[in-house]
Design a protein around this ligand. Sequence first.
Ligand SMILES: NC(=O)c1ccc[n+]([C@@H]2O[C@H](COP(=O)([O-])OP(=O)(O)OC[C@H]3O[C@@H](n4cnc5c(N)ncnc54)[C@H](O)[C@@H]3O)[C@@H](O)[C@H]2O)c1
Length: 258
Amino acid sequence: MNSQWAIITGGASGIGLAIAQDLAGQGVNLVLIDVHAHAFEAIQAEFQALGVQCLCHQADVTQIAALQAVQDDLAQRGITARLLVTAAGILQPVEDIADFDLAVHERVWRVNYDGTYHACKVWLEPMRAAGQGAILVVSSIMAYRSSPLLAYAPAKAALNSLVAGLAVSAAADGVRINAIAPGFTLTKGLQQQIDSGQRDSSRVLSFIPMKRFVTTDEVARTARFLLSDDASAITGITLPVDCGWLAGTGWVTFKELP
Ligand SMILES: NC(=O)c1ccc[n+]([C@@H]2O[C@H](COP(=O)([O-])OP(=O)(O)OC[C@H]3O[C@@H](n4cnc5c(N)ncnc54)[C@H](O)[C@@H]3O)[C@@H](O)[C@H]2O)c1
């Protein structure tokens, strides 16, 4: 992977940043795209110290023109990215459909689904033309089970379907497209929610067979695997990284987790 370029949406924090840090450790140069620019300077300094190049772009993934502008900038610099990670995403409040604001519903779909679709639309073609590339979409375990997240979960399920469809369309062109479905992952955001009492961590942990949260490093290492040649025969899948949460959902119907 050394000296390749990877584009990461949502790369300024959480899972996207962890994937960027992991890839930087492999010598991969990075193009980070995020709607929030406040962390860019510190991130660039961190990656410079590791000896990899890092370009940061403030852009909103819901605006395809903004992503195309990033691609135009890369083309001007003579940079061709063979790796794309779509990690930009937002959560939603737990609401009944009667109370769920349509504008919030639309924004969750726009960022989580359209944002990834836009990135694939901009970067899949150059990869196909080059005859090589790997795309990794950050989905969620919520895609697989019933939940009160009435926009977030369906948007993530739609992403899994998109990944399978695009993977087939690009397979003969040498481009692989996969997704990961993280379980409850201990990002700074989740830690803040726990600390402020918005999230009951003991309730969440009681449904996780491994009795702990996923770490961002574990998600990043799985992402690295799917992006690497070690996964050269894998395309069109969504791989859960969830400390057993999906397996445990059937079990808890009968008895508490051991
Ligand atoms: N943390 C978890 O437990 C968990 C579990 C499953 C899936 N995920 C998914 O992982 C991804 C990353 O989430 P995270 O938990 O690291 O959250 P995070 O908030 O730390 O990271 C998300 C990043 O996306 C950026 N972003 C948001 N809207 C954007 C937009 N319109 N355009 C560009 N960038 C935008 C944010 O600024 C932020 O830097 C998301 O897709 C999320 O759905 C997270």
